[in-house]
Design a protein around this ligand. Structure first.
Ligand code: ZN
Length: 151
């Protein structure tokens, strides 16, 4: 039996890049590489949520908006999949960026999603998450889950 989260390095990265975690967001989480674009930072933050890496989330949060702490002890959402809808600016040449995405998660056995537009700023060569506006959130309706039985 394999553990779900104990050794994620060889598993496909939760951010949806198609690469394994050790060749993707783990490089950012371990500080071996710096995300060059706002979208890469966004992906690495999603993966940090999926793996409950509070340190990385705090580190990549702009100081002006950063919470004092992130407590995952009462967190019940299992973050499963990220869909990037669009990116505005946020390239290696920019200092500001915006990423629109949908993040899918499972909570209390229900498939849910959150549709957000996040803002990012680059400070001292490092992209940071500034804030976000949630456009929609809730349960994913049945048609997205083929084979699911409604009894
Ligand atoms: Zn990744």
């Amino acid at each position: 039996m394999r553990m779900m989260t104990s050794t994620p390095s060889s598993k496909t990265c939760p951010c949806g890049s198609g690469k394994v975690y050790s060749e993707c967001c783990e490089l950012y989480h371990d500080g071996l590489q710096i995300p060059a674009t706002a979208e890469l930072l966004m992906r690495s933050r999603f993966t940090a949520y999926a793996l409950r890496n509070a340190d990385y989330l705090l580190l990549s949060w702009d100081e002006s908006k950063r919470p004092d702490a992130i407590n995952f002890s009462e967190e019940t959402a299992e973050w499963q999949r990220l869909q990037i809808i669009s990116s505005k600016k946020g390239s290696a040449k920019d200092s500001k960026g915006r990423v629109e995405f949908k993040a899918f998660y499972c909570q209390d056995g229900e498939d849910c999603f959150m549709h957000e537009i996040s803002r990012f700023v680059k400070i001292g060569g490092h992209w940071r998450y500034l804030d976000g506006v949630i456009k929609a959130a809730g349960k994913v309706e049945g048609q997205r889950i083929p084979g699911k039985k409604f009894t």
